[in-house]
Write a protein that binds this ligand. Structure first.
Ligand SMILES: Cc1cc2nc3c(=O)[nH]c(=O)nc-3n(C[C@H](O)[C@H](O)[C@H](O)COP(=O)(O)OP(=O)(O)OC[C@H]3O[C@@H](n4cnc5c(N)ncnc54)[C@H](O)[C@@H]3O)c2cc1C
Ligand code: SF4
Length: 322
């Protein structure tokens, strides 16, 4: 590991606008530093800056950036009003990691592309301009949607997929003040700058995530992976479906493991909303979600897998409702 300076920040102001890299739970950043994928000169320990509360915000909820994943998943208000978020978090990592991992750090976690971690192979995300080893290489876990000729990596997390479906808002502060970013827009597509995972700018820090008022209805987070636990999603589907008089009055869907960001398709939600559930309709929604989907060889299976998982989730979300 390369030598670095370390200081303990006592408030967000000690970090915002500086060149120091925040370290929260350290469950991702330290691994990256040990592999020398990331070599920050200065670390700001943000574990003592506050931002560790979950508070009511009107009908919604404000979650501090330092709230641990375990605490967020177990919070009674979250379990009651936003169970999708609780379920998505509990589908990720392990109990020990969730006890350390934080809301801000989870949003910022980096891809699990094998080549990103292997300093001996070209990778545009790690070393811009060097090439992409996954294109034409081993790409079983890679993107089928929104990829570019420069990078086909996926965003690997679960929590942000639920936040995207729930229309959460990420609150950040930088040298030019505070701003809000819709969770759906927080992560970006790789384009020709895959070294940038998200919209956070240099010197900015995540302060909190705001959840809008609960939607009600059924909340399902279905994560398909190689093992039952301690594995990243091959495909995940986050769904909220509210039924009214036998029709789907509200539908929110987001997909993980398939793109460089949690994937939302408003056209698929619009197709389902106001309609009575049927296998044919679910299939047409899957067509809309998979519009433009492209396999890279080893990950071709994700296309039918996403279709089947969405169909199963929608069937479960609507079954028994008149
Ligand atoms: C074996 C293993 C399995 C895992 N499985 C899953 C899984 O199945 N699903 C899943 O979703 N995740 C999984 N994870 C990832 C885990 O959820 C993340 O490592 C964790 O959420 C990161 O949070 P952290 O607080 O430890 O972040 P850190 O490692 O401290 O930081 C990560 C990044 O966030 C930045 N950062 C931290 N806080 C802030 C802030 N407030 N503002 C701006 N930047 C900030 C840091 O600078 C760094 O770049 C797994 C991790 C491991 C090691
Ligand atoms: S997919 Fe992205 S992260 Fe993986 S090797 Fe290619 S450029 Fe690097």
């Amino acid at each position: 590991m390369k030598a670095f300076d370390y200081y303990r920040a006592e408030s967000p102001a000690d970090v915002i606008g500086t060149d120091a890299r925040p370290i929260a739970g350290g469950t991702n950043l330290l691994d990256l530093m040990k592999h020398q994928v990331e070599t920050p000169d200065r670390l700001a320990d943000v574990n003592h800056v506050g931002l560790d509360g979950i508070e009511r915000d009107g009908d919604g909820l404000r979650v501090g950036a330092l709230v641990r994943n375990s605490d967020l998943a177990a919070d009674p208000s979250v379990r009651e009003g936003w169970p999708l978020l609780s379920r998505a978090i509990l589908a990720g990592a392990s109990g020990q990691i969730r006890n350390r991992a934080t809301t801000g750090g989870n949003l910022m976690q980096r891809t699990r592309c094998y080549y990103f971690y292997d300093l001996d192979t070209p990778c545009n995300k790690r070393a811009p301009g060097s090439g992409c080893s996954a294109i034409g290489g081993v790409n079983r876990i890679h993107a089928i949607l929104g990829a570019s000729g420069d990078c086909i990596a996926t965003y690997p997390g679960d929590m942000a997929v639920a936040m995207s479906a729930l229309d959460a808002v990420v609150e950040v502060e930088g040298p030019n003040g505070r701003r809000e970013i819709a969770a759906t827009d927080f992560h970006r597509l790789p384009g020709d700058a895959p070294q940038r995972d998200n919209d956070l700018q240099p010197g900015e820090m995540i302060l909190s995530v705001r959840l809008p008022a609960p939607l009600g209805g059924k909340h399902i987070y279905r994560k398909v992976r190689d093992r039952r636990s301690y594995a990243f999603a091959l495909v995940s589907v986050a769904a909220v479906v509210v039924m009214d008089a036998g029709r789907m009055s509200t539908v929110r869907l987001a997909f993980g493991g398939v793109a460089h960001k949690p994937w939302r398709v408003p056209a698929a939600e619009a197709l389902l909303q106001g309609q009575a559930p049927s296998p044919d309709l679910f299939d047409r929604a899957a067509d809309a979600v998979l519009d433009g989907a492209t396999g890279q060889g080893h990950n071709d299976f994700k296309i039918p897998l996403l279709r089947r998982t969405l169909n199963a989730v929608l069937a479960e979300a609507t079954e028994g409702s008149k």
